[in-house]
Design a binder for this molecule. Structure first.
Ligand SMILES: [Zn+2]
Length: 68
């Protein structure tokens, strides 16, 4: 059994973003009208590097099955 190990490094300053308290990981759910199902805003996932304050958006790197 191999444990999952992942390293995510800030491309600007080299900070390890998986290190405790060195990054803020945020998920913003999609904004969808409950009655009509219309999507006002798609969901976003991003990591904010606390060392150099760069915000890295992950949606550029994720392939979605749903494209508007
Ligand atoms: Zn950084």
């Amino acid at each position: 059994m191999v444990h999952e190990i992942i390293h995510i490094i800030c491309g600007n300053c080299g900070q390890d973003l998986t290190e405790k308290n060195m990054a803020t990981w945020e998920y913003k759910p999609a904004d969808i009208d409950e009655e009509t199902g219309e999507v006002y805003d798609t969901a976003d996932v991003y990591i904010r590097c606390k060392n150099c304050t760069t915000i890295h958006f992950l949606d550029d790197h994720i392939e979605s099955e749903v494209r508007e």
